[in-house]
Design a protein around this ligand. Structure first.
Ligand code: ADP
Ligand code: MG
Length: 324
């Protein structure tokens, strides 16, 4: 199957929102007056971001999910995306699964595939998403102030548990592995929460490299520090609440590390003023997303990790850095 046939078969669909989609030299995207375009790219490389054994449909889902997660962290509404794909062969079974998973998530968010590039090479998937946000309303990393609460959405650390299980550094009971694997392979971008947090959160980021490592970006951009309740964060490891947890023998230290520096969570970490607690809870309810308070922004730079009683914990919880 040739390049143009495969684009036509797997990646071409009639556009609804965009003025022009796949098939010309450029796609055309209309923007509404008073809105800003939010743009973000994320690349997934085989062996680095995903295992070669992952089911293609899940990979398609994840490739778009990690990009939608960036729009969520800005409080932007998804509009469209492009797909630059390099792959060793035009494997139709792979393409069918990949495009199915990709386009199902795209449909769920009304985000259209409007163009891309296809070439032969190592398996590599680069998506660029376009979203819109009212001018000046985007959630930035730089807005946190001392005294703000620190919140996180959903659950933490489960994707890392799955990764460690695949690496063989720990073993998980079957139901736990199944759940953790789903979190790793099919993350849920918190788009609705991001939209609901516009005008409520003071700063936001999506957690891709680990909670503390990503939080540092907010703290540096905002020139503040933080105190983080490690126990509150560790309670958010979903595996911990599964019936099979008792037999898993997972150490508290392992769960803490997964929660605080796991990576691949695609949750939102955000700050909000204490007088906005009701508004944050309301945003969580409106978007059907759990939100949990896990810390406080402080004037002194750095992160102080404490347990539920406020006792300081040693800091061995670095984020992931591709060149670190
Ligand atoms: P160009 O000559 O401009 O590089 P191509 O021949 O690479 O264009 O692609 C033809 C059309 O197909 C373009 O509209 C391009 O955006 C689209 N396209 C190419 N690859 C993909 C893909 N993987 N997914 C969606 N659209 C694609
Ligand atoms: Mg091209």
């Amino acid at each position: 199957m040739g390049e143009f046939d495969l684009i036509a078969k797997y990646f071409t669909r009639p556009v609804k929102r965009a003025a022009l989609g796949v098939g010309d030299d450029c796609a055309l995207l209309a923007t509404a007056p008073g809105m800003q375009l939010a743009v973000s790219s994320d690349m997934l490389v085989e062996g680095r971001h995903f295992l070669s054994t992952v089911e293609p449909a899940r990979l398609g889902h994840k490739a778009l999910a990690v990009n939608l997660s960036d729009l969520a962290a800005c409080g932007a509404m998804p509009l469209a995306f492009t797909l630059a794909l390099s792959m060793p062969t035009a494997d139709e079974a792979w393409l069918a699964g990949f495009s199915r998973g990709l386009l199902a998530l795209a449909d769920e968010h009304g985000c259209e595939l409007i163009g891309g590039d296809t070439t032969r090479g190592p398996l590599n998937i680069c998506i660029t998403v376009f979203g819109e946000v009212p001018a000046g309303a985007a959630l930035l990393r730089s807005g946190a102030r001392a005294g703000d609460d620190i919140w996180v959405s959903g659950t933490l650390g489960d994707a890392r548990l799955a990764l460690e299980a695949f690496r063989g550094t720990l073993s998980l009971p079957a139901p736990m592995l199944k759940h953790a694997r789903l979190r790793m392979e099919q993350p849920t971008p918190r788009v609705a929460l991001g939209l609901a947090l516009r005008g409520v959160a003071t700063a936001a980021i999506d957690v891709s490299d680990g909670l503390l490592g990503d939080l540092v970006h907010i703290l540096l951009a905002s020139r503040v520090g933080a105190r983080i309740d490690a126990d509150a964060a560790t309670d958010l490891v979903a595996a911990r609440r599964m019936p099979s947890h008792a037999e898993s023998g997972l150490a508290l230290e392992t769960l803490r590390t997964c929660a605080l520096s796991g990576g691949d969570d695609y949750e939102l970490a955000f700050t909000a003023r204490p007088d906005a607690r009701d508004a944050v809870e309301q945003a969580g309810r409106a978007s059907h997303t759990a939100v949990t308070r896990i810390g406080t922004v402080e004037p002194t730079p750095g992160i102080r990790v404490v347990d539920a009683h406020g006792a300081p914990l040693a800091q061995r919880f670095a984020g992931f850095d591709h060149f670190g």
